[in-house]
Design a binder for this molecule. Structure first.
Ligand code: IMP
Ligand code: MG
Length: 178
């Protein structure tokens, strides 16, 4: 499996260090606010689990599943596949996502949750591919910026595989170009 990885971008120690930094920022900001953490399935599952262990405040955890599809006229249309089970009215919300690419997914989600009366919404993303953005959305906390390559590991998949790699890497092109 490691042969499918062209280059390791961030290893577990580097990811741990960065998560510690972001968790300190969140811990300073969210004392006594009891936010709802919304994890975007399935890619954000590893990041979410590792992050919440580092957050030193009361919180609730919930998740959504979204899928994006192009229907010919609307590139990057996003659909909610699994909704939250909690009400978010009046609550601070922190969305945890694996990667922001075109931005369509997070734009859709943030608007949806805003419309339901969240008190505040912040976005915490493990990775960001800023050069690929098609709509204007920025994360409030970003682990690492990554190049325009196909990234796997630490929750990110190609065709359902590689989510369990304990590092973030660039997928070898031959894996998806044949
Ligand atoms: P966006 O709506 O284009 O921002 O896409 C976000 C979603 O696309 C992420 O939640 C990922 O599931 C997926 N995605 C985008 N880039 C990559 C990548 O390089 N590797 C794996 N998944 C990706
Ligand atoms: Mg995703």
């Amino acid at each position: 499996m490691n042969n499918d990885i062209e280059q390791v971008l961030y290893n577990q120690a580097q990811i741990n260090h960065r998560m510690d930094e972001i968790a300190s920022q969140l811990t300073a900001k969210y004392q006594d606010q009891c936010p709802l953490i919304v994890s975007v399935m399935t890619g954000a599952v590893v990041f979410t689990v590792e992050m919440i262990k580092r957050l030193k405040f009361k919180l609730n955890l919930d998740y959504v599943d979204v899928s994006s599809y192009a229907d010919g006229t609307h590139a990057g249309k996003v659909k909610l596949v699994q909704d939250l089970s909690s009400s978010i009215e009046g609550r601070p919300v922190i969305i945890m996502e694996d990667i922001i690419d075109t931005g369509h997914t997070l734009k859709y989600l943030a608007n949806l949750l805003k419309g339901r009366g969240a008190k505040s919404i912040e976005i915490c993303a493990l990775l960001d591919k800023p050069n690929r953005r098609e709509v204007n959305v920025e994360a409030d906390y970003v682990g690492f910026k990554v190049p325009n390559e196909f990234i796997v590991g630490y929750g990110l998949d190609y065709s359902g595989l590689y989510r369990n790699l304990p590092y973030i890497g660039i997928l070898e092109r031959s894996v998806y170009e044949n």
